[in-house]
Design a protein around this ligand. Structure first.
Ligand code: TNX
Length: 775
């Protein structure tokens, strides 16, 4: 009996000891560490630390207090806990988070040391402490993002040693609030998102043709007039009519100076600098609509409701009045924004009016300027002198290189990395934002499954590849690279939820590209960690894109057997993809699906046995020409080769993404293909699949002609169709169907007559074809 009691006592003691010790309930393994951006070094220990409502946050300074408040804020919103923030002297023996200044650490660097008793964050700057806190947040269970008071969550983090510091000092996102206006509350949400990813620059594009968004006290009409346009939000961006007289301008908005102060202060509390952009000399219709005297010909214009190109109403570079105006505007702007950098735009100036303007021509003469490019350079240099006289640094888009770069200017390279390379070569600082890797207004998944975007294709994995230091840069040049940034132009982004969709998760990939040491980057590893970020986004109510889960199909031709092999894939590796053919039961996709006839494939991606993403549903249509090699009169362009020689007879169709690898194209030329069917075949229809996307100069053919032959020598026309050129605002796919009476033939010749020359200006245009179907 005594023995029994003894055992029982021992058991209770053990149990109590077990439940009071530093939480035995989770054993962390490497794969539980999902921090994005990936820290410099992580050493995982065993055991863990548990946060409680009674956990003390111990600080030595006001700066640390602010970081501690942010940490406490996470528990406040997830659990309604009020944690104690105390001064150093009151540090308890266990269950604390201490903030400790360590003088040897670089700006924004931090170290995190977690034991069973406490957490220590070492840093030497406000940013460092904040980033330490963000890392703790990402070590905590994802439910920390929840606002619904989750129950029974054990708030444990692993015992761990982390050393971390950013690779670049400029880790930015640009928001275009002109093309569409976004309220102050949303801007703050984006700032929260930036902070979560350890980003530190919000580039605020406050001025563009379609809206002036910042209150300037000296020039009230900038917002009274310039912030508003006629509401044509129901129409495609490029199909919005010019304002008619008497139409009310009701779409728009602007930030008051009080709003701006609030945004700037909120960002600063999260170690984010807000860099204002005041465009000049172009992209300023909104300002010219308010004050026509700022332009060369001084005619009254309206704020455009959508895309107009080119825009010739730019600031006059001849009148001193323009410069007085801009200096006065910038004085108010610099009072509101403490940032070192002032962005003056400088991009895409159509200088037509400068060529005929008396003031501009007089200026050129007096200043000894030979070209209008030099006049633009004069403009920017003059502004640079003003900005640097105020102790600030001018930054502008890479066009500011044209005609000679202003001495103290920093360049933001957007037309690829060329401008950045050139500027760095000349000893200027640069921020890399190449449109190849940083344009978040571009599509991020298969275009036929994505909401309308401006074009382009920038999937998550491509953002991940971004490196602001370009191959071929010398060490000296690389030192001039301040960092990188994504740009979210908003022509096609009318709502805040759509804006979130374009930002997340690509921001996570960008963050790792600009924060983590290059050697630490690993796409497979990132693909695992991003899943936890997805859950966090979801819990925060962020409408993030699940495009990386979208399925697409690739095909391979088996020439001998005339079969098509279909491979299903999505962007993330090792996915569980299941499919059915013509309604068969679902099966796991493991190897190419072999097709010999027209087949409908449905597929879904699974996560933990649950469907994720959208259903893929495609009918692969077989026809008489599948696998019969076309001979081209002129070969397709080397930039658009599709899948090669069999592209037009591979049964797979292209999407609206003209980079999807299914399109062959001809530039300024017609397409003429002859297909040997190998035997006499009954034919009554030929279909040519084409695309139109007038923005990137892709035009439908104007005529399709079909010729048949029984011997490959003598061809007779079987049919033709004509479809004259018409303006078309949206990208469109179309099957051109040529019907004719049933005919026996062994050879088919198809001519697609392209538009060849641009309908409105000089230059050749594209003809895009994805399949020739013979039936
Ligand atoms: C070019 S990038 C622009 C913007 C457009 C953007 C659309 C740059 C400096 N100018 O005005 O919104 O392309 O992607």
């Amino acid at each position: 009996m005594l023995k029994k009691i003894k055992t029982c006592f021992l058991f209770i003691v053990c149990f109590l000891a077990y439940s009071c010790s530093s939480t035995p309930d989770k054993v962390f393994v490497e794969d539980d560490i999902n921090i994005i951006p990936k820290p410099e070094t992580v050493i995982l220990g065993s055991g863990n630390f548990k946060f409680r409502s009674s956990t003390y946050l111990v600080v030595e300074s006001e700066i640390q207090h602010e970081a501690a408040d942010i940490l406490a804020g996470f528990f406040q919103s997830a659990q309604e806990w009020q944690m104690n923030v105390v001064e150093e002297e009151a540090k308890p023996y266990s269950n604390y988070v201490e903030f400790v200044t360590k003088n040897t650490l670089a700006l924004d660097a931090y170290e995190l040391s977690v034991t069973g008793d406490g957490v220590s964050i070492f840093a030497n700057s406000p940013g460092g402490f904040l980033y330490g806190v963000q890392t703790i947040r990402q070590l905590l269970p994802v439910k920390i993002e929840s606002k619904n008071l989750p129950e029974n969550v054990s708030w444990v983090i692993p015992q761990i040693e982390i050393k971390d510091e950013p690779r670049f000092g400029w880790r930015g996102l640009m928001l275009d609030v002109s093309r569409h206006f976004f309220p102050k509350e949303y801007i703050k949400e984006v700032i929260d998102g930036l902070a979560m990813h350890k980003m530190n620059v919000l580039h605020f594009h406050l001025v563009d043709d379609q809206g002036w968004r910042i209150e300037i006290k000296k020039y009230p009409k900038l917002t009274e007039v310039g912030a508003w346009r006629v509401d044509h939000e129901d129409k495609h961006w490029n199909a919005r009519p010019a304002a008619q007289s008497g139409e009310e301008a009701t779409y728009g908005g602007f930030y008051t100076q009080e709003d701006i102060k609030e945004i700037v202060a909120y960002a600063a509390s999260k170690n984010i600098e807000v860099v204002p952009e005041i465009e000049m000399p172009a992209h300023v219709s909104s300002a010219v609509a308010a004050y026509p005297e700022l332009s060369c010909n001084e005619t009254q214009i309206q704020v455009p409701s959508g895309g107009v190109w080119p825009i010739t109403d730019i600031y006059c570079a001849g009148k001193d009045h323009t410069f007085d105006f801009l200096e006065n505007v910038l004085i108010e702007v610099m009072e509101l924004f403490p940032s070192q950098y002032i962005h003056i735009g400088g991009d895409e100036a159509t200088k037509t009016n400068w060529k005929t303007c008396g003031h501009c021509q007089a200026r050129m003469k007096n200043e000894g300027l030979k070209t209008e490019e030099e006049l633009q350079s004069y403009f920017i240099k003059r502004m640079e002198r003003f900005i640097s006289s105020k102790g600030r640094t001018l930054i502008g888009w890479d066009e500011i290189l044209e005609g000679g770069l202003a001495p103290g200017a920093t360049v933001m390279s957007w037309r690829g990395v060329k401008g950045g390379l050139e500027a760095a070569g000349e000893g200027h600082d640069v921020v890399m934002t190449p449109n190849s890797h940083c344009y978040f207004d571009h599509y991020q998944g298969p275009q036929d499954q994505e909401p309308l975007a401006i074009g382009g294709y920038l999937p998550l994995s491509k953002v991940y590849k971004f490196d602001p230091v370009v191959e071929g840069m010398t060490q000296e040049e690389a030192k001039h690279v301040l960092g990188g940034q994504a740009n979210l132009w908003s022509e096609y982004i009318p709502t805040t939820s759509h804006s979130q969709y374009m930002i997340y998760p690509r921001l996570a990939a960008l963050a790792e590209a600009v924060w983590s040491p290059k050697e630490n980057k690993d796409w497979n590893d990132f693909s695992r960690r991003i899943e936890s970020m997805f859950t966090r986004y979801g819990l925060r109510g962020i409408n993030y894109a699940k495009s990386a889960y979208l399925l697409s199909a690739d095909s391979q031709m088996d020439m001998e057997n005339k079969t098509v092999g279909i491979t299903l894939n999505n962007e993330l590796p090792n996915s569980d993809i299941r499919y059915s053919v013509n309604g068969s039961p679902m099966q796991k996709f493991e190897q190419p699906i072999k097709l010999t006839e027209t087949t409908t494939i449905k597929a879904l991606l699974y996560k933990n046995d649950e469907p994720a993403g959208k259903e893929f549903n495609k009918t692969i249509k077989f026809h008489q020409a599948v696998g019969k090699k076309p001979e081209f009169k002129t070969t397709y362009h080397k930039s658009y080769q599709g899948t090669g020689d069999y592209n037009l007879v591979n049964a797979l169709r292209g999407t609206k993404n003209f980079h999807d690898g299914q399109w062959q194209a001809w530039l300024g030329e017609d397409m003429e293909a002859t297909i040997d069917l190998g035997q006499s075949t009954e034919i009554s229809k030929v279909i040519v699949g084409a695309m139109e996307s007038q923005g990137p100069q892709i035009y439908f053919p104007t005529d399709i002609e079909v010729y048949l032959s029984k011997d490959g020598e003598a061809f007779e026309q079987a049919g033709k169709i004509n479809r004259p050129y018409a303006q078309n605002a949206s990208p469109e796919l179309k099957d051109f169907v040529v019907d004719f009476e049933k005919t026996e033939a062994s050879h088919v010749k198809v001519k697609a007559i392209g538009l060849k020359k641009h309908p409105l200006r000089d230059g050749s245009v594209w003809l895009f074809v994805d399949e020739i179907l013979v039936e």
